[in-house]
Design a protein around this ligand. Structure first.
Ligand SMILES: CC(C)(COP(=O)(O)OP(=O)(O)OC[C@H]1O[C@@H](n2cnc3c(N)ncnc32)[C@H](O)[C@@H]1OP(=O)(O)O)[C@@H](O)C(=O)NCCC(=O)NCCS
Length: 155
């Protein structure tokens, strides 16, 4: 679990200002799935937060944000013909990947979503994220443009 003290906690509006930079760095090398600049990243993050402020968590290492997740408890899926829980964004900073932080963030989000179906969309070339989601029980579903829908059914 790395060096310092790691914890997952609920995110607050004050945390949002740290996220655009983390997001931009996380999508380096995968620009087609990221935001075009820091200002659009700021707007995107603000929108994610507003969708469901209660469904935002951060991973903190010695007081520094090293990952975050945004989800939505009220998402309508046209593929499932009904309401599902959605995960809209998850990022762990490169220096702290493969420490289990992403898994903890997903588990926290799933607890909050409390839904029998969890949906997300991932870039088709984002193989590492696809493998990550598959490991956590998500299955590949439809492709739409450059994106693949993934679904986890919680029995
Ligand atoms: C996807 C992401 C959040 C994963 O975070 P992470 O903290 O590194 O993931 P974890 O350490 O919790 O990994 C959990 C499991 O996923 C799998 N996994 C994670 N990264 C993987 C990779 N690059 N390749 C293959 N499997 C991977 C592993 O099986 C791992 O389990 P293990 O440690 O028992 O082997 C992180 O890589 C990231 O921020 N990527 C950039 C942003 C992004 O693509 N987000 C998704 C947008 S839809």
């Amino acid at each position: 679990m790395g060096e310092g003290h790691m914890r997952i906690r609920r995110g607050t509006r004050e945390d949002l200002r740290y996220l655009p930079k983390i997001l931009m760095e996380a999508y380096q090398g995968m620009e087609e799935y990221g935001e075009k600049d820091i200002e659009s990243a700021r707007k995107y993050i603000e929108e994610l937060y507003e969708e469901d402020p209660e469904c935002f968590f951060v991973a903190e290492n010695d007081g520094e944000i090293v990952g975050f997740i945004f989800c939505n408890r009220f998402w309508y899926s046209k593929f499932e013909h009904g309401k599902v829980g959605a995960i809209h964004e998850i990022v762990v900073v490169p220096a702290h990947r493969h420490e289990g932080i992403g898994k903890m963030l997903i588990e926290k989000a799933m607890e909050e979503l409390n839904s029998s179906k969890i949906e997300l969309w991932v870039g088709e070339k984002n193989e590492s994220a696809i493998k990550f989601y598959e490991k956590l029980g998500f299955k590949r579903k439809e492709k739409a443009g450059r994106w693949i829908r993934m679904l986890k059914v919680v029995r």
